[in-house]
Design a binder for this molecule. Sequence first.
Ligand SMILES: Nc1ncnc2c1ncn2[C@@H]1O[C@H](COP(=O)(O)OP(=O)(O)OP(=O)(O)O)[C@@H](O)[C@H]1O
Length: 246
Amino acid sequence: MEKIIESTELTKTFGDFTAVNKITFDVKKGEIFGFLGANGAGKSTAMRMLTGLLSPTSGAATVAGYDVFTEQEKIKKNIGYMSQKFSLYNDLTLMENITFYGGIYGLSNTQIKERGEKLIERLDLGNIKKKLLKEVPLGWKQKIAFSVATLHNPKVVFLDEPTGGVDPITRRQFWEMIYEKADQGMTVFVTTHYMDEAEYCHRISMMVHGEIHGYGTPKELKKEFNAQNMDEVFIHLARGDQYNLK
Ligand SMILES: Nc1ncnc2c1ncn2[C@@H]1O[C@H](COP(=O)(O)OP(=O)(O)OP(=O)(O)O)[C@@H](O)[C@H]1O
């Protein structure tokens, strides 16, 4: 199957400190790939390199066929990105946000109108489309942010802890949206701290101190670490062997 992301020994150092140390992995078309790790493990740094926001120190990687060292602008045009911090404008209405981002993504006015209306219908937001975003509850904002990040049908969408602070029902709805996009062939690269969400991913990598220490399907990882669930896999990897699960 076609690989959308390929990383070989990708590394980022800040002075003497190695934040990301030789990470090697790939992500296939239409795959939901979970990028996990404890706070400070290096996830955001890796994601920033893959989205063309930060220059790597060494190694090699391509995203949607473009080189992270030399084709960062092309990468940015072919991806969607939803950052940890809510990325829409609170002082614009829903439709104004859609128009603004649609313009940034290079969509025509007709495309913006059509896709915007479809998005509003899909999320059943007709009654709030004229409200300022700041009046909309967080869970809804996250779903809107995801829809806006995929408005231009990117090959891959990067989601940095998209469901942080959101209630369980909304998280579930959010994941239904992720599945829908993946079924359409979009690749989803997602970081999360929720281990139940890790179970929803097709494959996972687990970062520990800048390195990938676990890589595979949830089933494979549970088998490898003799764990009942992803929580146990995470504890085993992130906190060392003191739990003696293996
Ligand atoms: N610009 C920078 N200069 C120096 N050190 C940095 C810089 N950016 C990140 N780091 C360090 O690199 C390490 C990895 O940080 P990073 O933000 O990638 O981790 P993370 O896994 O995304 O954590 P979190 O889940 O908290 O977002 C941390 O120790 C951080 O302090």
